[in-house]
Each structure stands twice: as C-alpha cells, then as structure tokens.
Write a protein that binds this ligand. Structure first.
Ligand code: SF4
Length: 359
C-alpha cells in the first residue's frame, strides 16, 4: 500500500496492520505523522485539557537479582548502597505527597531474593490503615517474581495484593514485548507472555493498569510495532489499560552503550502509538526522559497527558538524567502549549484543585 493510501485509511479511522504501520513509521513524513496523531488525539479528547497526576515514585527497595543490562538503578544483595525502606521513611514520603496535593503513590522495587509475599501485603495494609491514598504498585515482572518465590500462581498473588490494598498496577517492565529482545537485554525477567498474562489477570480482577514501552536499546523498529500490536490485542479483550507511556532508554551507567534516542525519533514513535493504539484513551508524554521542551511538543504529536509530577524519581535519575519540574512549571508548560492543565487521578478522573480554579 502506498503512503497516501495509508494516510487515507488513518483519516477514515481504520485500523492499521503491521505492514502499513511499518511503512508509515519508517517512511512517513514527520509533520504528517504528527498531524495525523494530533487529529486522532483531538477526536478522542475534544476538550482542551491536558491532564497530569500529582504523585511520587517510591522505590521500596533497590535490591535485585535480575541484572537487566539496561538498568542503572538496582544493587545486588549485600551491596553497600542496597536498601529496603523502613516504614518510618515510607510513611514520611507519603505524608509529604499528600501535603503537596498528591492522590497516589507509584511503588516499585527490584526482584528481592528473600522477601515473602506477606512482606508486600503487610506494607500495603500498613499504608492503607494510615493514609487515604491510591496505591499504584508492583509491575508485572515483580508480580511474576513474587509468584515464583511464593510457589503460587499469578492470579492468587494479584488477589492477595488486591485484598491487602493494591489499587492498580503500573505497566513497567514491558521494555519491548518481544522475547528475542528480552532474552538479550533482561534474560532473567518475565517473558512477553507472562507480562501480558499479569495484565490480563489484573484486568479480569477489576484492577486498571497502564502500559509502557522502553525503546532505543537493542530492538529493531519492527519489534516496537510488535509491542504495540500485543498491547492493542489485549486491550481489545479487556479494555483494562488506562494509558500508554512510551519512553526512551537512557544509556548512562548501564550495560548497554549507545546514543540516546533523538527528539524526532521519540516524537515519531509517540505519534505512531496514538495512531495504532486506537483503543487506548490516553497517551502520556515523558518529560522525565525527554525533558520538558520535547514533552511540550509531544502534546501536538498525540499525547493528551503530561504524566506524573514525580515528587520523587530514582530510576531514570540513576541513569544520569535529572529533569525536575514543579507542579506550577508543569501547568505553565501545558498552558504555553495551548491547553488547560487539569489534575487527574490514576483512572483519569479530573480533580478540582485550587490551582485549576484560579488559572
Ligand atoms: S529493571 Fe528492575 S528487574 Fe531489572 S535489574 Fe533493574 S530493578 Fe531489577
């Protein structure tokens, strides 16, 4: 199919298959891709809002035995910088999040070799008995790891965590959902099938989740497309994903040496995501990896959400990338891009904030 025919198909709201997606991704004009993605975004979100969530990334532990080559965050057991957060520190981080108007915490850790499932259940219980806050926690690789350590199935692990207070699951650890790539960059982490199984089971149990893609390491362009198609298929079955968040690999301090993705490469992938993921309501810009200026442009390349204020972020920072934005700066950037900033919850319900009323 020629590019013009693919464009006509997109404009008619028809779904792209792999060969068409590959063609427009690799050969489509940059501005044309952005235009098509923005049009799809505006059709889905005619209101002039760009949303953001006020939350904090809390890494309850950095101890991990997985050894992913792209990871600068983890420390092996016994390393002088290895930690598991105490309750006292965990609670003080949550108190500060709430005092800043936060509505949720994102909690993720490594693959700790010893902590039993009851440790995580008790942590959730302790948080929920003290605070009224949404807990978005434990990416699929962590859940698969818990299930293997505990010798129980994924469905039981999710049900137990849910009973203990888990509200939703972050889409981390997807990297690229192609097993050949996963075997190269993270050989000890869960497979594509396991990642998708966790999400499908979570959706079945009524938990909403997000989906991510970390690209720009050792994958081919076609692997990115396969990843998008796998997410689209699952979303067709469950409708449980709230958002898709692509972000670019940051190579510093990792075992993979290559140049970081460019702004154009990121924006092309983002635009393609909006076009291909016709069953995803929300696409997030990633200011944490691409910086505020590229993230602002992303709002015209298919993204309708600015992601999290990230009161705290450790994983990308470990790879030497230190973008920091206050809530006021995020709101100013969104306004300067021509949209009205609106705070939201994990499931994209708008929050009436003092700021949103006064600006
Ligand atoms: S990405 Fe996660 S699982 Fe992999 S080494 Fe880092 S902390 Fe461990």
């Amino acid at each position: 199919m020629e590019i013009n025919e693919i464009i006509t198909k997109i404009e008619a709201g028809e779904r792209l298959g792999l060969p068409e997606a590959r063609k427009i991704y690799e050969h489509g004009d940059f501005h044309q891709l952005g235009h098509l993605a923005h049009k799809a975004r505006v059709e889905r979100h005619p209101e002039p809002f760009v949303s953001y969530v006020v939350d904090r990334n809390i890494n309850y532990s950095n101890i991990c035995v997985c050894g992913c080559r792209f990871c600068a965050f983890f420390r092996p057991p016994g390393h002088p910088e290895a930690y598991v957060l105490s309750r006292e520190i965990l609670f003080s981080k949550i108190e500060e999040t709430l005092s800043l108007g936060g509505t949720q915490i994102l909690m993720q850790g490594g693959h700790h070799p010893d902590l039993p499932l009851s440790f995580y259940e008790e942590m959730l219980h302790a948080i929920k008995s003290k605070f009224s806050i949404h807990i978005h926690a434990f990416s699929p690789p962590e859940i698969v790891h818990f299930s293997k350590l505990e010798g129980t199935d994924i469905s039981t692990v999710i049900a137990r965590l849910r009973r203990a207070g888990l509200d939703s699951i972050p889409g981390g650890g997807a990297e690229i959902l192609v097993d050949a790539v996963r075997r190269r960059v993270s050989p000890n982490k869960c497979s594509k099938g396991e990642w998708l199984d966790v999400m499908e089971e979570a959706h079945r149990q009524g938990l909403r989740t997000t989906a991510t893609m970390m690209f720009g390491h050792e994958e081919e362009p076609e692997d990115r497309l396969e990843h998008l198609l796998a997410l689209r298929d699952l979303q067709d079955r469950t409708g449980g994903f709230t958002a898709f968040i692509p972000w670019a690999f940051q190579p510093a301090n990792t075992g993979i040496q290559r140049s970081p993705e460019t702004a154009v490469s990121y924006l092309r992938l983002l635009a393609l995501s909006r076009i291909m993921l016709d069953n995803f309501q929300n696409i997030q810009a990633s200011w944490v990896t691409m910086g505020p200026k590229v993230a602002q442009l992303a709002l015209h390349f298919g993204a309708n959400d600015f992601g999290s204020t990230m009161i705290e972020e450790n994983v990308v920072a470990a790879a030497g990338v230190h973008f920091r934005l206050s809530i006021q700066e995020i709101r100013r950037i969104i306004q300067a891009a021509g949209f009205e900033p609106r705070q939201r919850t994990m499931d994209y319900k708008l929050v009436a904030t003092v700021d949103s009323i006064s600006t």
